[in-house]
Ligand binder design. Structure first.
Ligand code: ADP
Ligand code: MG
Length: 522
């Protein structure tokens, strides 16, 4: 076979490269807005038509370019951001490869109008060939218009997603970028309709506007951001945002470290929501691994893992305090009650046993010491300590890891019995010997504080039954309850198998009817 080797013409190279840099309209927009950000723009306007396939326009008020630079910028490997290989170590800009504009220009009808504040220039290209260069008029900044994307690469055009799918990818891309640049105002319109708009904000305001509330604030060494509560976790990693030096980065290592900090608060295939920012010096990471700069390689992986695990654990530990009241608040709409057959002290014995189903969500109305009055179709009084003892009892019975929390500071206990580790493990508690007769407990149920656990343990070690030890620890607990706690307790109780009785068989709640207290007004 005769083989001849020749250099590909630039036009072909650019088209091939376009596939890498410009996968779809969203990735193209990402490149363009990153260029605007690198040009220190404070306002970025993006307009699309038909999911970007027909038209993409990105306009900014950044530093712009003069005629000469504007022409150069369209050539492959033309960049103003990197001059030598050493610069790669300290690069601050989002772009540096000088590939995007050449690649986009190669696969579309492309028009750029740019001004550095003096003269404006307009350049038109078709499939990578410059057709027209004209002086123009505009304020400082750059406008790039991309029409008929992939018109000359039919194979690629065929694989473009629907306009709707591309539009939602574009929104996600702009939202992600906007999270890391709260000082910049972004506007996205599609076929003339506004789809996304921000004001100039603080990073916290921007995060809340885009992601909704994430309750746990992180601030530790070079890491800051927000974490979602365990109940906001998702079966996919969709709500995980990481930025290193303001660049969106995908890092399985960091995602794993954050998840580790949640410990048993999350089930195996449940992923916490987070927004985290890391500031790194160039030599600590190599962001150049992936052509789209999405992936990163760290020089000290272990250090990064423990930095994030610690930052997240501190945030969760500080704010969740000892016992997590942060269980999902999904109330079931039909909670079946089978209250006491036994008559209440003031109640006339009734013929039919009371059994009813609540049609409305029980609403906590008032706390009275360790009791809470709930409004359903009628009023019920719930003994919160008994409810908590029931929930804890079932955590011990079922060993569901989600109902346990990993302690940041293990509890140390003096123990006489040799088989105590085994005994505690059978009720789902993680513990280990640290000395002869000294045990460290690493996890306890979410609805318990370490102090509560110590009370429980003293009874348990003194051979009291688990139900009794639990009830004692709940009764002696110094915890004071809020309406929010009562609500969370109720929904945890709703997930218990037995919802009416505490572990020793006493009622957790009683119905309150006028006939019960009427006689007291005599
Ligand atoms: P890179 O961003 O990797 O340098 P690009 O092909 O995306 O490569 O851009 C090439 C060059 O064009 C940039 O280095 C920059 O100097 C200039 N440029 C691109 N977009 C803009 C813009 N919106 N405002 C000012 N200059 C820009
Ligand atoms: Mg760029």
């Amino acid at each position: 076979m005769i083989q001849s080797i020749f250099k590909l013409p630039d036009e072909v190279i650019n088209k091939i490269a376009a596939g890498e840099v410009v996968e779809n309209p969203a990735s193209l927009i990402k490149e363009l807005i990153e260029n605007s950000l690198d040009a220190r723009a404070l306002h970025i306007q993006i307009d699309i038509e038909e999911g970007g396939e027909k038209k993409i326009l990105v306009e900014d008020d950044g530093i712009g370019m003069n005629r000469e630079d504007a022409l150069l910028s369209l050539e492959r490997h033309a960049t103003s951001k990197l001059k030598s290989i050493e610069d790669l170590e300290t690069i601050q800009t989002l772009g540096f490869r000088g590939e995007a504009l050449a690649a986009i220009g190669a696969v579309s009808y492309f028009k750029m109008t740019t001004s550095d504040g003096s003269i404006a220039t307009s350049i038109e290209m078709e499939g990578g060939v410059v057709k027209k260069i004209t002086p123009s008029a505009r304020n400082r900044g750059t406008t790039i218009e991309v029409l008929s994307l992939f018109f000359n690469v039919p194979a690629r055009k065929k694989f473009l997603k629907s306009a709707r799918a591309n539009t939602s990818l574009i929104i996600k891309t702009i939202e992600t970028t906007a999270l890391a640049h709260p000082e910049v105002v972004f506007t996205l319109t599609s076929n003339g309709e506004i789809l996304f708009q921000t004001e100039k904000q603080s990073w916290e305001e921007r995060a809340e506007a885009i992601l909704g509330p994430l309750p746990f604030k992180v601030s530790f060494e070079s890491v800051y951001g927000l974490l979602g509560s365990p109940s906001q976790a998702k079966p996919q990693r969709r709500n995980q945002y990481l930025f290193i030096n303001q660049r969106p980065i995908f890092s399985p290592l960091i995602a794993k470290a954050v998840k580790a900090a949640y410990g048993t608060r999350l089930e195996e295939h449940s992923y916490p929501s987070f927004l985290l920012f890391l500031t790194l010096s160039g030599s600590d990471a190599d962001i150049n691994v992936h052509p789209q700069k999405k992936e990163v390689r760290f020089s000290n992986e272990k250090g990064i893992f423990s930095l994030f695990e610690k930052a997240a654990a501190l945030s969760l530990g500080n704010e969740m305090k000892m016992a997590s009241f942060d269980t999902p608040l999904a109330f079931s709409n039909s909670f079946e009650f089978h209250p006491e057959e036994k008559a209440l002290p003031w109640e006339q014995p009734t013929e039919k046993p009371l059994t009813f189903t609540f049609q409305i969500d029980p609403r906590p109305l008032a706390i009275l010491e360790k009791f809470c009055l709930f409004q359903t179709e009628q009023l019920i009084l719930v003994n919160l300590e008994s409810a908590r003892a029931r929930i804890l009892f079932e955590s011990f019975e079922r060993h569901n890891p989600a109902s346990f929390q990993i302690l940041i500071c293990p509890i140390e206990l003096d123990v006489k019995e040799d088989d105590m580790v085994h005994k505690l493990e059978t009720i789902g508690i993680e513990c280990r010997w640290i000395q002869k007769h000294k045990l460290a407990v690493d996890s306890i149920p979410c609805w318990m504080s370490p102090e509560d656990f110590i009370v429980f343990f003293h009874h348990f070690q003194a051979d009291a039954s688990i139900p009794l030890s639990l009830l004692e620890s709940c009764r002696k607990s110094v915890r004071s309850y809020t309406l929010e706690d009562a609500k969370a307790l109720w929904s945890a109780l709703d997930r218990c198998q037995e919802k009416n009785k505490d572990p020793e068989g006493r009622s957790i709640w009683i119905p309150i009817e006028a006939k019960h207290f009427k006689p007291l007004f005599i």
